[in-house]
Design a protein around this ligand. Structure first.
Ligand SMILES: Cc1cc2nc3c(=O)[nH]c(=O)nc-3n(C[C@H](O)[C@H](O)[C@H](O)COP(=O)(O)OP(=O)(O)OC[C@H]3O[C@@H](n4cnc5c(N)ncnc54)[C@H](O)[C@@H]3O)c2cc1C
Length: 581
């Protein structure tokens, strides 16, 4: 239905309803890998994306994708078991070990499959896929395409699914999931191009909407990473898991927080404080710069807080010993980013870096098959929590997660499809009308509170109270601020009254979701009285396996109140140990 800002709420118009067997919300790597699997088995698949799929954040992935191919080190024999061990240890023992085993076992086939589809990987001298060392990994295991791995993977998959006939709805912003008879029956979406609200009726709905990094002031994430899918799931009463675990990448470019890939350290770059000291020897003498991200981010943050950073709050990432030919061959994007955005050439000058939010380990609660507890609703990729990353993700494991679990979830859907029945279109038609009326009511609020001020306050609150280091009183104060922002959202108006490309309307819908997601992070973080992985509490500096070796599960009550519950971690393959690097 057309959303005319000055029209009275109406039910007279018959809404447009699109029908598919499977709708995938998200055109990043998880969404497209699932689409490839489903369309290949003859299913009628549509991909809905708020931007062109090739602008999904997956395209920005730099350093690479992990798989125990053993190409770089044939004498010591990497294995999927070694990959699984590194992943579980990296997760601070919170990852589900059965899910980790699945991911690591499937990794070589997932990478080779994308190679055969046409991904142009960097090569070693023997002509095999090149592999570089990454943080927390016992072997050089990260396959890469220079420092543009995500770009190459996403373009390859997009070409493949386009050829196979997947339907794309580009620049459609999904505003709600529709449930009928206790199952997901599809969704409503705003067509950004013309401002209409349409419905999608489907037997199966897959959320592949990526991360929520933009709730933080400093983030390496794309502007579109606002966590919409998690908000959609929560509103449909599907639980979220482990939301307190937010990854800070150690090395974002000071000033803009554009990512400087871990691949730079993998190739030999070192971290220096203002005294020229290679300070990682004081934090992880064994792994040094290639300790996992939580360890390195805390080290940099500590150097800065204790006065050994440079004025303004950064340290140096020194690539100068790598030499121009290697930098041009393996890190050309990083060199260009540093030149364009900091006026610094890494060939000759150290790069100023600081930690910034980078990844969300938590997400929509799914089992190893990709099912949420809500029948008909599935999730994969960064928006989902399987969980293979636990309390801290290893670099190179997220691209892998998208491909492996994108495929597995599609296989699950293919199997479940005969038993899923979304019912008739009437429930979706009703939802479209209700959604249209809700949006019209936003236009009637007048100028209201300023949503961009709400957003900026939220970002600062998350940075100040839920950053690299946390403590109880500060987090309590942060939650109070978030709740007041939630109230302010009820007063915020949508200023622009034109209908096509009403981006302030899109931003408003994103911001209300961001505030809600921030609340989930805060509630889970406050409930976990220990330090584990990325969740580092000054008031509880130690890991406490007796009381907290469990997942946090956020379940909305009927009145919208969020309750933090727990669910068990799947153990068994590797004993829980102290985590030292
Ligand atoms: C700068 C950077 C570099 C990285 N480098 C690496 C790396 O080298 N190796 C690695 O393993 N990981 C890396 N990561 C992490 C990894 O890239 C991501 O976790 C992964 O690509 C996420 O893929 P995805 O398919 O889950 O989501 P995304 O690629 O983020 O796609 C999300 C999709 O959802 C759609 N969407 C969202 N909300 C809506 C809505 N309301 N309506 C309609 N559509 C919607 C978007 O349009 C988009 O198509 C990096 C991340 C960043 C930020």
């Amino acid at each position: 239905m057309t959303v005319q800002p000055d029209a009275p709420p109406s039910t007279a118009v018959i809404p447009v309803i699109h029908r598919h067997e499977l709708i995938i919300i998200g055109g990043g790597l998880a969404g497209l890998r699932a689409a490839y699997e489903a369309v290949s088995s003859g299913i009628n698949v549509a991909v809905i994306s708020k931007v062109h799929p090739l602008r999904s954040h997956s395209v920005a992935a730099q350093g690479g994708i992990n798989a125990a191919l053993g190409n770089a080190d044939t004498t010591t024999h990497d294995s999927w078991e070694a990959h699984a061990f590194d992943t579980v240890k990296g997760s601070d023992y919170l990852a589900d070990q059965d899910a980790v085993a699945t991911m690591c076992r499937e990794a070589p086939a997932a990478v080779v499959e994308l190679e055969h589809m046409g991904t142009v990987f960097s090569r070693d001298d023997a002509g095999h896929i090149a592999q570089r060392p990454f943080g927390g990994a016992g072997y050089p295991r990260t396959c890469y395409a220079a420092d543009r791995t995500g770009h190459n993977l996403l373009h390859t998959l997009y070409q493949q699914v386009t050829v196979k006939g997947v339907t794309f709805y580009e620049e459609y912003f999904v505003t709600s999931l529709v449930t009928a008879g206790g199952a997901c029956a599809g969704c409503t979406a705003l067509c950004i191009q013309d401002g209409t609200i349409v419905g999608f009726l489907a037997k199966a709905t897959l959320l592949a909407t990526g991360g929520f990094g933009r709730i933080y002031e400093r983030s390496t994430n794309a502007l579109i990473n606002t966590g919409d899918g998690l908000h959609l799931a929560l509103e449909a009463a599907a639980p979220l898991k482990d939301m307190e675990f937010v990854q800070f990448h150690p090395t974002s470019l000071y000033g803009t927080n554009i990512l400087i890939t871990e691949g730079a350290r993998g190739e030999g770059a070192v971290l220096l404080n203002k005294n020229g000291e290679r300070f990682m020897k004081n934090y992880a003498p064994g792994a040094m710069e290639l300790a996992p991200r939580d360890v390195v981010a805390r080290a940099i943050e500590t150097e800065i807080r204790e006065g050994r950073g440079f004025p303004g709050g950064f340290v140096h990432l020194d690539l100068t010993s790598l030499g121009e030919p290697l930098i041009n061959d393996r890190l050309p994007g990083i060199r260009q980013i540093a030149i364009d955005f900091a006026g610094i050439d890494p060939v000759t000058t150290p790069v100023p870096v600081q930690p910034a939010q980078h990844y969300s380990m938590g997400g929509i609660d799914v089992d190893v098959s990709g099912r949420t507890p809500l029948p008909g609703l599935f999730a994969a990729g960064e928006c989902a929590c399987v969980s293979v990353h636990g309390a801290n993700r290893l670099g190179g494991n997220s691209l892998l997660d998208t491909l492996v679990f994108g495929k597995i979830t599609a296989e699950t859907i293919i199997g479940d499809l005969p038993d899923l029945d979304p019912g008739g279109a009437s429930v979706i038609e009703k939802a479209v009308v209700e959604e249209g009326n809700r949006i019209i009511s936003l236009f009637h609020r007048g100028s209201g509170d300023n949503m961009y001020q709400i957003r900026d306050t939220l970002k600062k609150t998350m940075m100040d109270h839920f950053g690299v280091y946390r403590d109880g009183p500060s987090m309590d104060a942060g939650l109070i601020e978030i709740l007041s922002l939630r109230d302010r959202c009820q007063q915020a108006g949508v200023p622009l009254m034109q209908t096509p490309y009403n981006l302030p309307l899109v931003h408003f819908l994103e911001i209300t979701g961001m505030v809600r997601i921030a609340e989930t992070v805060a509630r889970c973080a406050i409930a976990r009285n220990e330090s584990r992985g990325s969740h580092a509490r000054k008031d509880y500096p130690l890991r406490d396996d007796d009381h907290f070796l469990h997942h946090s599960l956020l379940v909305p009550d009927g009145d919208g109140t969020l309750k933090v519950r727990t669910s068990p971690v799947s153990l068994g393959m590797f004993p829980v140990k102290e985590r030292v690097y």
